[in-house]
Design a protein around this ligand. Structure first.
Ligand code: MF3
Ligand code: CO
Ligand code: CO
Length: 268
């Protein structure tokens, strides 16, 4: 099936949803401290999302029980907020997906609690670089498979591994739509068109790329070797000459060659 394209009206709505999702990550930052539980962080996110006239897309999604996903250290993704308490040196990904006026915004960031090990610091930095490098390949006429190829180079150079079991995805009124966005070298030939909206959300591991799903709760994904994993995610719109990052945070704007309106097409 052909990938659906956003209308001008839909672009406004996705921009609004993306802004709320991004704002949740900005809002929660001062609360991410040693001593707080992931369940408490979830409560704060839920209250904020509702205050913005939005709802969580995760809550109730295939039975998911909480508002956001919070994945600590060896947890790769889909960590269920609960009694786990944060400690100095932890790294944790908070993944926020909201629905506003029917449209979705999906974004995540890995936070560091206090001071972490140099290896964890490097992992977090490389995971963010992986996302940014993927984003920088996107323009109308580039290819979907360029994203994974670019990310693979970043991970290989850092000698980290890339999770293969979870991918980016088309997003609009539908949470997980086509196309599937692989974060590793692949042959998914798909010329990108202006108006496509999808996420890029590489999960990078220190050790093995292999994952396990918690067999008690059916959700929480951990690394098979229990070494750390880090992830960053943005929702983007393909434009003629690059892409628009719907979920950009102010702290990212103008750093590492990133801005809301990316110009990525190589000049002739
Ligand atoms: N936000 C995740 C993603 O990036 C999906 C979470 S689904 C949930 O696709 F049910 F676990 F919340
Ligand atoms: Co996503
Ligand atoms: Co997400």
């Amino acid at each position: 099936m052909a990938i659906s394209l956003r209308t001008t009206e839909e672009i406004y709505l996705m921009r609004a949803a993306g802004k709320i999702a991004a704002d949740v990550l900005v809002m929660i930052e001062p609360h991410v401290k040693a001593g707080i539980t992931t369940g408490e962080l979830d409560d704060i996110c839920q209250e904020y999302i509702l205050s913005q006239g939005a709802t969580s897309a995760c809550l109730g999604y295939h039975g998911y029980p909480k508002c956001v996903c919070i994945s600590v250290n060896e947890e790769v993704c889909h960590g269920i907020p609960g009694k786990r308490r944060l400690h100095d040196g932890d790294i944790l990904n908070i993944d926020v997906t909201v629905i506003k006026d029917g449209y979705l915004g999906d974004t995540s960031k890995t936070f560091i609690v206090g001071e972490t090990s140099p290896l964890n610091q490097r992992l977090v930095k490389i995971a963010q670089e992986a996302l940014y490098t993927g984003i920088k390949t996107v323009y109308a006429g580039s290819n979907l498979m360029d994203i994974g190829a670019a990310i693979q180079k970043v991970a290989d150079k850092a000698r980290f591994s890339i999770v293969r079991d979870y991918c980016g995805h088309g997003i609009n009124k539908v949470f997980h739509d086509e196309p599937t966005v692989l974060h590793y070298k692949n042959h998914d030939f798909l010329p990108l068109k202006a108006g496509m909206t999808f996420t890029i959300e590489p999960m990078i591991n220190i050790g093995t790329h292999k994952c396990r799903v918690n067999r008690h709760n059916g959700w929480t994904v951990t690394t098979a070797d229990k070494l750390s994993s880090a992830q960053f995610e943005h929702t983007i719109l393909v434009t003629e000459d690059g892409c628009e990052i719907f979920t950009l945070r102010p702290e990212e704007d103008g750093v590492n060659g990133i801005s809301r309106f990316m110009i990525n097409r190589p000049s002739a």
